[in-house]
Write a protein that binds this ligand. Structure first.
Ligand code: SF4
Length: 309
């Protein structure tokens, strides 16, 4: 996605997108950022990882030359977001750092129009790139695939996990951060408690999305993750970390937000069987539980009104 031109690293396909469509923020997924809001989801092509289970391989692992891409300026995308009634823009589908200048130019334009921008990322980037994302993205969902360097080597094709952990810790200080862990049956399912402790030690208010990864791409022969066993492990992890979610199967009871103090459900969602969920209603009163008044860690935009009420 980059080339050296006249001694400078430049994007080969600036402002060129594989995806732009309106969706709900819960489906991306973000559960604690602007609940119920409409997002313009954008993405390009390519990734700096080679995950054997990539569920977006059709864009992440395909050569951009082979895809139907759309050239759209930041101005046009922001206009599309506004015409589609979107409250924010999210770079997802593939890895944001393979199109960093385009993503940042879009975030700058979005800011001029009062639209916050967020992104999904695997977190594997230099400190400088992480600093740029931290400056320009209001909310991020970083994929923490495992705490094991061997997992990253064997299943993601990278030799070092340290940049991912360093960047997660940096984003947690400066940005609204959510973390996603795709669970691969019999590969990283034993790490649930350890990852929950790692996140709690950074900030217990970070929402953690555990994603039931269906066998995909080069791992089609693997078993489907066992919902009951993972749920059992998550019950225990719930004593460590208050905001744990589990999706990608129909009827998941793990997609609503409960007050960590009194247990009342404060944001109701329904699982449609895919990534994330759909908002049913948001009972929070100025980010506080209507039952006991406990503050719930949710990024809100009260000036624009809260959808789902
Ligand atoms: S980081 Fe995500 S998009 Fe990139 S190869 Fe891995 S699963 Fe695919």
């Amino acid at each position: 996605m980059y080339a050296v031109v006249d001694g400078e690293i430049r994007e080969r396909f600036p402002n060129t997108w594989s995806t732009y469509h309106a969706t709900h923020i819960e489906q991306i997924p973000f559960f604690h950022a602007y609940p119920g809001s409409r997002s313009l989801l954008v993405g390009t092509a390519g990734c700096n990882f080679s995950c054997s289970y990539c569920m977006n391989a059709y864009v992440a692992k395909e050569k951009p030359e082979n895809l139907d891409l759309f050239e759209l300026t930041p101005e046009k995308l922001v206009k599309t977001a506004k015409l589609s009634g979107c409250h924010n823009i999210v770079f997802g589908v593939n890895e944001v750092t393979v199109s960093l200048p385009s993503a940042i130019n879009l975030a700058k334009e979005a800011k001029l129009h009062n639209l916050p921008m967020g992104c999904l990322s695997n977190g594997y980037m230099t400190e400088e790139a992480a600093g740029l994302l931290a400056d320009h993205m209001s909310f991020l969902n970083i994929s923490l695939k495992s705490l094991s360097p061997e997992f990253y080597q064997k299943y993601a094709g990278v030799t070092d996990i340290k940049p991912v952990l360093r960047n997660i810790e940096k984003f947690a200080v400066k940005n609204h951060l959510e973390i996603t862990t795709p669970i691969v049956q019999s590969v990283n399912d034993h790490e649930i408690e350890e990852i929950a402790k790692y996140i709690r030690d950074i900030d217990p208010n970070i929402p953690w999305h555990v994603f039931r990864l269906l066998p995909e791409y080069k791992m089609k022969d693997y078993a489907y993750p066992d919902i009951e066993k993972i749920s059992e492990a998550l019950q225990k992890a719930g004593e460590i970390l208050p905001y744990i979610y589990f999706s990608n199967f129909v009827g998941s009871p793990w997609v609503s937000t409960n007050c960590p103090e009194c247990g009342k459900t404060v944001i109701n969602r329904i699982s449609l069987g895919t990534c994330g969920a759909k908002l049913l209603n948001n009972l929070l009163l100025e980010n506080r539980c209507p039952g006991c008044g406990e503050k719930i860690a949710v990024l809100e935009d009260y000036e624009k009104g809260i959808p789902g009420r």
